[in-house]
Write a protein that binds this ligand. Structure first.
Ligand code: PLP
Length: 425
């Protein structure tokens, strides 16, 4: 049957989704093996130790083929440490996409640095590689890239720009654990990666984060910053040695070992779970490549790139292909078919008052511009793609298992709404 022959559920037709989704959307997957690992740590009273964390770090580093992994108590902490380890400090700038979770950018303030936001690309939802270079100036120390909803950033041009201007690249891999860019694992391409293992992330280990790098200096600086009890692991950095035993950041970043115990088990099963997610998500999109109004959010098939665990899966919306149908109406129709979806992405950070007005440190000036001589704030209109993305992107079902029947019904719901959009105008 063609989708145009069927009435939309919103207008009185049958719902596209009839089957109970069961556990297809449930995440994280916790089994007795996770419970046993956590209980063992709990009963041994090792919550504040580092032995399990170090095993987890070794396994994580091995998986990525990098020399160093350093466990953190949150992804936010790992990002702050990565920034400081890259030399971000007083009066410096980082470049970061405006559309991301705040932790990709905000730790810069705590280092007395500031942020120059770049726009995103409307198809990838990632930082636009063409909107980076002109933002680099004498103050720029690092570019933070975010593989948004799993879609790998175009790292080749970004690394080229970074090398040309001698700035570091920090990969925020919180959405893309296990994903690839041209055959290389996400998190191994920039100078350092930081990522979250928060409960909802595609590789979940409770509250926790990981820092990954091949660079010994970055690794040792991250230890100096937030791991005072591990300063003895700093081998040969004369700049750090005299100050050992107190954390330079005045912060304590040690990973909770209930998290590292959980993480070790999750990691063992991740490849197999990732495969199910990828198979399911690609199957969904394979059915929708030709429909107007929505665009698959995945790299080309033979590129060697993939979306990893498809964290917080989303897709671009193209109202101009549906005679201007507003996203709210499109979502209303999808929800009537039984799809649990909503419009938008993270909100644009550059317009938030914390980044335009707030004086966090009582300096008589907004923190954004308190350590530099120039007003780099970015008013409405400066990042057009980021500012319009709320009307031009939406969540899509994040399937965790390859179960064709329920996925078919979801794909059918999208096709029905896209192909009958004129009935909604
Ligand atoms: C979740 C997330 C973080 C922060 O991680 P926490 O573990 O919650 O502190 C950072 N960046 C991005 C892009 C995220 O999605």
């Amino acid at each position: 049957m063609s989708a145009t022959e069927e009435q939309l559920a919103l207008l009185g037709g049958p719902k596209a989704i009839q089957t109970d989704p069961g556990d297809i959307f449930d995440w994280p997957i916790i089994t007795e093996e996770d419970e046993a690992a956590v209980l063992e740590c709990l009963r041994a009273g090792k919550m504040s130790g580092t032995d399990i964390t170090k095993q987890f770090e070794r396994e994580y580093a091995q998986w990525h083929g990098v020399r160093y992994a350093l466990g953190h108590n949150t992804g936010t902490a790992a990002l702050q440490a990565a920034m400081w380890a890259c030399g971000v400090g007083y009066g410096d700038e980082i470049i970061c996409p405006s559309i991301t979770y705040w932790a990709s950018a905000l730790p810069a303030f705590s280092l007395r640095a500031t942020v120059n936001f770049a726009d995103i690309h409307p198809d990838t939802l990632d930082i636009d590689p063409d909107d980076i270079e002109h933002r680099i100036n004498d103050r720029t120390k690092a570019i933070v890239v975010v593989h948004y909803c799993g879609y790998p950033c175009d790292m080749d041009p970004i690394m080229e720009i970074a090398e040309k201007h001698d700035v570091k690249v920090i990969e925020d891999a919180s959405h893309a654990q296990g994903g690839h860019y041209k055959g290389r694992l996400i998190g191994t391409i920039g100078h350092v990666a930081a990522l979250s293992g928060m409960t909802g992330k595609s590789l979940p280990f409770g509250e926790g984060g990981m820092l990954l790098t091949d660079d010994k200096e970055i690794y040792e600086r991250a230890i100096a910053w937030g791991h005072y009890a591990r300063h003895n692991e700093i081998e040969d950095n004369p700049d750090l040695a005299p100050f050992a035993r107190l954390p330079f950041g005045g912060v304590k970043h040690r990973m909770h070992q209930l998290s590292s115990a959980l993480g070790r088990v999750q990691l063992r099963h991740y490849a197999e779970r990732l495969e199910q997610i990828q198979k399911a998500m690609n199957y969904f999109w394979d059915q929708l490549e030709d429909v107007p109004g929505i665009k698959a959010h995945r790299p080309p098939k033979d590129s060697g790139s993939d979306n990893g665990g498809w964290y917080a899966a989303r897709c671009p919306y193209r109202p101009e292909e549906l005679e201007g149908l507003p996203i709210s109406r499109f979502i209303e129709a999808l929800r009537a078919e039984g799809v649990n979806t909503w419009a938008g992405t993270n909100f644009p950070l550059h317009l938030h008052p914390v980044f335009t007005d707030l004086d966090i440190y009582n300096e008589g000036k907004p923190t954004r511009i308190s350590t530099i001589d120039e007003d780099i704030r970015q008013p409405k209109g400066s990042l057009p793609v980021s500012e319009s993305i709320a009307e031009r992107a939406m969540t899509i079902p994040w399937f965790k298992h390859y179960r064709p029947q329920i996925i078919d019904e979801h794909a059918w719901a999208y096709r029905k709404v896209c192909e009958n959009a004129d009935a909604l105008l």
